[in-house]
Design a protein around this ligand. Structure first.
Ligand code: SAH
Ligand code: SF4
Ligand code: F3S
Length: 468
């Protein structure tokens, strides 16, 4: 989704608002699972569904028939947590109507609040952190015998490498693959190192096997996921892999398997990665490179460990190696501790220098226990935070329109992902640069690659027609 479809308020809710509800048909007991937050959480829910399937649970999209409801939660901003609190109050009614219903909280909010969750939300039976999902069958037994169950141990090794995820919510074309877990970066605003633990990389052979298996099942695109994919590293006695090596290994599966990845970190993205993207047509020309701020002073307080100049140099390098056509998007935080109008102007001017294709924009939300919460003052008023994020969104809207306009008159190779949201007569898919294109379906089907001529655009979408 791009910024221009949504208001500031909705944007703030963007990653929290996505909820997946899924259906599967095996087992006797019914699991209803909802995921909030980032793609890693959605990928984790697929691991959880797999673990519970071997324990007799099939997934259902119908809350009314569920024996177990799991919420896979996000703690990145306060409103992400509020969303889960509201959902739990609503679930209270279901529990009253069906006292046998068990309710569990998974993911980052479970990890942050631990047993406090059980004190604060009386209807919750089960609290499980992101590294403890293998223990779910045991914990559920405890719950069945009338106790509350908690496991929030973080691991230094767990990658769930051997678990074959059950693809929930899948369009059958595109799938996520977790390549690493945790984060060691300690950006001062961020709760993730506390909720996801230490960074660890998954065995590249299991990643390759998973991607190959997906391609053999008909999938045409995989997105490799990690909080900082550029710090992927894995070695055995005979082999050594960095992220560029892993990308190459996955890209070599088949030219028709598209490879995407997220998230890149400006301090770690290497020229080797850029050259690997260039070498393989099926590695998409698109990089999500969160900036967070355009002010070096603020970046330093955020502990991002790069400056404005470093960030701009990386953008310059991306365009030098991959050309102006490489899609680049950003994350930006408005109103971080001590941010002045001058700092804010620097964020806007960074955006002017780069002209991003799109972005995800938030205002700062203090997270308990983080370095910023401990050492810095959350001193920008809510009013200023909201005004600044709106100015950032307005600028991004203008830039996205410019970038989309530049695509008009060009032909792109598009992977058809399914029907367009607005019309059954149209298909929607994405091009190499991650831009959504809508076009009349003709005789093609989901999962086909087609060449599409772009004849017009809205601020968020390209519109075109298939050229044979
Ligand atoms: N690992 C990724 C970011 C993951 S969190 C990276 O380093 O880029 C996704 C985004 O949420 C971040 O990029 C940041 O823009 C935003 N974010 C994280 N913590 C936040 C907070 N406390 N307040 C507001 N936005 C936050
Ligand atoms: Fe959070 Fe920074 Fe790690 Fe991203 S790199 S998850 S922002 S600590
Ligand atoms: Fe949220 Fe956890 Fe992802 S805090 S953004 S679900 S890593």
């Amino acid at each position: 989704m791009t910024a221009e479809h949504i208001t500031a308020e909705e944007l703030q809710n963007l990653d929290e608002a996505k909820v997946s509800v899924n259906e599967h048909v095996l087992g006797t007991k019914k699991l209803y699972i909802e995921s909030y937050g980032c793609q890693m959480n959605f990928a984790d829910s697929e691991v959880v569904a797999s673990i519970l399937r071997t324990n007799g649970y099939s997934t259902t999209a119908n809350l009314e028939e569920a024996d177990l409801v799991l919420l896979n939660t996000c703690a990145i901003r306060d409103n992400a947590e509020q969303k889960v609190r509201h959902r739990l109050s609503a679930l209270n009614k279901n529990k009253k109507a069906n006292p046998g219903l068990k309710i569990g909280v998974l993911g980052c909010m479970a990890e942050r609040l631990k047993t406090k969750f059980l004190e604060e939300e009386k209807m919750v039976d089960l609290v499980v952190g992101p590294d403890a999902y293998r223990d779910l069958p045991n914990l559920l037994q405890e719950v069945e015998s009338g106790h509350k169950a908690v496991n929030v141990f973080l691991s230094r090794e767990e990658t769930y490498a051997d678990i074959s995820p059950i693809r929930l919510d899948s369009n059958g074309v595109s799938a996520f693959i977790s390549i690493m877990r945790g984060c060691d970066n300690m950006c001062s605003f961020c709760v993730v190192p506390y909720t996801r633990g230490r960074e660890r990389s998954r065995d590249p052979h299991s990643i390759y096997d998973e991607a190959k298996g997906l391609f053999e099942q008909g999938y045409k695109e995989v997105t490799l996921l990690g909080q900082n994919v550029d710090s992927y590293k894995w070695s055995s006695e005979t082999e050594k892999y960095n992220f560029a090596n892993l990308l190459e290994k996955v890209a070599s599966i088949h030219p028709d398997l598209r490879v995407r990845f997220s998230t890149s970190h400006p301090k770690d993205i290497t020229d080797e990665v850029l050259h690997t993207i260039k070498k393989y047509d099926n590695i998409c020309n698109y990089i999500h490179l969160p900036a967070q701020s355009g002010s070096s002073r603020i970046l330093s307080l955020m502990n991002r460990t790069y400056s404005r100049e470093w960030y701009l140099e990386r953008i310059h390098k991306i365009r030098e190696v991959l050309g102006e056509d490489c899609g680049v998007s950003h994350d930006m935080i408005a109103g971080f501790c001590t941010e002045t109008e001058e700092d804010h102007q620097q964020t806007l001017s960074l955006m002017d220098e780069v002209v991003f294709d799109y972005g995800y924009m938030f205002f700062y939300s203090e997270r308990p226990g983080t370095p910023a919460a401990k050492n810095l003052k959350d001193d920008v008023s809510l009013e200023d935070k909201k005004r600044r994020v709106n100015e950032i969104i307005d600028k991004q809207r203008q830039h996205s329109a410019i970038k989309n306009q530049m695509s008009v008159g060009k032909v792109f190779r598009v992977l058809i992902e399914g029907e367009s949201k607005k019309s059954r007569e149209d298909f929607a898919g994405r091009n190499d640069q991650n831009k959504v294109i809508v076009f009349p379906r003709k005789t093609y089907k989901k999962g086909d690659y087609v060449n599409v001529f772009v004849n017009s655009c809205t601020s968020g979408t390209l519109i075109g027609e298939i050229v044979d």
